[in-house]
Design a protein. Structure first.
Length: 293
């Protein structure tokens, strides 16, 4: 198979000359397809040592995709800069990455297909004041909600730092949001996001759809439910994803319990989206690596 670009993967923190075992299958599939694989030191990148992070990426690779652990948008911009100086061009630019990776970048384009949402910037360790949260909740439908930051929730601490049983109870909302901000610590990204709660059919599960240049490449289960394989309709999503100024994204979709409507739960940069266990990585990488660079 003819390939048009390289693939950058995370190095093993314990053996930096090798690929992180989590991405070993993708490394093997990329090499089988004929692509050059470079290794990025994710720990060094997050520590602000971008030059060190790319020392095992061969020079002059030309166009490349990254597939690895999540990277904060500022660190991704640093990665793109140091790679460009070494002759490697990330096919997802820093503006594309931020648009897909952080909710404020994509939410407005999908308001009809995703739960109603409000958000406000805040710094780590500094939760919004009671009055600011009241303004946010006033813009949402009555009922329950959820809190997250621009990238992640803490759904495994559901009652403590995620679920908002009554958006009208501002003091309770403030308590849960404050605990969420506390637990996120320095990892809080961007600010606080409040979303209306919509019940989804967990027996059906979520689908993760992978898109390249506005076209669906692959539909997989969500990594949290790899044994459930829903196949949602994509007609309503296609024109919206195509209009998004991003090349490579994922959409996580779930079916609402009350009316069976498929809803967009999350959109993300596909470079840092996980493949569910049991998925052949070649199904994703073959079209990705031979696509237009």
């Amino acid at each position: 198979m003819s390939v048009s670009c390289a693939l950058l993967l995370c190095a093993d923190p314990l053996r930096p000359v090798a690929c992180d075992p989590h991405f070993a299958g993708e490394a093997a599939a990329a090499r089988e397809a004929g692509a050059v694989v470079g290794l990025v030191d994710h720990d060094a990148l997050l520590a602000g040592r971008a030059e060190e992070a790319v020392r095992r990426v061969p020079r002059d690779l030309g166009p490349a995709w990254y597939r690895g652990w999540m990277i904060p948008a500022p660190a991704y911009a640093s990665l793109a800069t140091v790679l460009a100086a070494r002759g490697t061009r990330l096919l997802t630019t820093p503006p594309m990455y931020r648009t897909a990776h952080e909710l404020p970048g994509w939410y407005a384009a999908f308001t009809g297909l995703t739960p109603p949402t409000t958000y406000a910037p805040c710094a780590p360790h500094e939760p919004p004041a009671l009055a600011a949260l009241a303004s946010l909740t006033a813009a949402l439908p009555s009922g329950a909600g959820l809190v997250k930051d621009y990238v992640k929730s803490r759904k495994h601490e559901w009652d403590e730092a995620c679920h908002l049983p009554d958006l009208a109870d501002t003091e309770a909302v403030h308590r849960v949001v404050s605990r969420f901000v506390e637990l996120q610590g320095d990892d809080l990204t961007g600010g606080v996001v409040l979303r209306a709660f919509e019940p989804f059919d967990h027996a059906v599960g979520e689908a993760r759809v992978w898109w390249l240049d506005g076209a669906p490449l692959l539909t997989t289960p969500h990594p949290d439910t790899p044994d459930l394989r829903p196949a949602p309709p994509l007609d309503a999503l296609r024109p919206l994803v195509a209009a998004l100024p991003c090349r490579f994204v994922t959409t996580d979709l779930a079916r609402r319990t009350d009316d069976g409507t498929w809803r967009l739960v999350e959109l993300g940069d596909a470079q840092v989206s996980g493949l569910p266990s049991g998925t052949d990585p070649a199904l994703l990488l073959a079209p990705l690596l031979r696509g237009p660079a």
